[in-house]
Write a protein that binds this ligand. Structure first.
Ligand SMILES: C[S@@+](CC[C@H](N)C(=O)[O-])C[C@H]1O[C@@H](n2cnc3c(N)ncnc32)[C@H](O)[C@@H]1O
Length: 153
């Protein structure tokens, strides 16, 4: 019971804390500091990425390999407020093994009000997933594409 309460409190602190940040460095720093989503991304790369996303404000973003969702949450907070955010993750995949259904709820909570988050669990090499991604974007004009990032500093 106490563990569940602790997790709920951590999720609330994450969602509220993220919403209080607006500068790209602050959003990246907050994600890196939060155990619930701590990105695997090399911190210096994440800071750089955050600045690029904040400048481009992409309307369509796709990340392949989400795991604890750190990068995904940063992408949400810094993309266009009306962006389509797509995550494709292979359940049981290398370097983390994907994420649980409970986490889907957490990731959606990090979105801005008018963003749409599409959490797709499956093999990005399959025709089925390609068809799903195409149906979301209408065309594959992805402005920003992230791929699995197992490296650490
Ligand atoms: C290192 S983690 C991703 C880290 C994440 N981007 C972050 O912000 O910390 C790698 C993730 O990629 C997924 N994965 C591994 N191989 C994959 C594949 N072929 N297609 C899609 N996802 C894959 C794993 O399931 C795991 O969840």
């Amino acid at each position: 019971m106490l563990v569940k309460l602790g997790r709920a409190a951590s999720a609330v602190s994450l969602v509220l804390g993220l919403r209080l940040q607006s500068r790209p460095e602050a959003v990246a720093a907050f994600a890196l500091s939060h155990d619930l989503i701590k990105p695997w991304q090399v911190p210096s790369e994440l800071y750089r990425l955050a600045k690029i996303v904040a400048t481009l404000r992409p309307e369509k973003v796709m990340e392949i390999g989400t795991f604890k969702g750190g990068n995904l949450c940063v992408l949400c907070r810094l993309s266009s407020p009306t962006a389509d955010i797509i995550s494709v993750d292979l359940p049981g995949g290398k370097f983390g093994g994907g994420y649980s259904a409970m986490r889907s709820f957490l990731y959606r909570s990090c979105c801005k009000y008018s963003q749409a988050m599409h959490l797709i669990r499956g093999d990005p090499h399959s025709n089925e997933i390609l068809t799903r991604v195409k149906s979301i974007t209408q065309s594959l004009d992805i402005l920003l594409l992230m791929v699995i990032t197992p490296m650490k500093e």
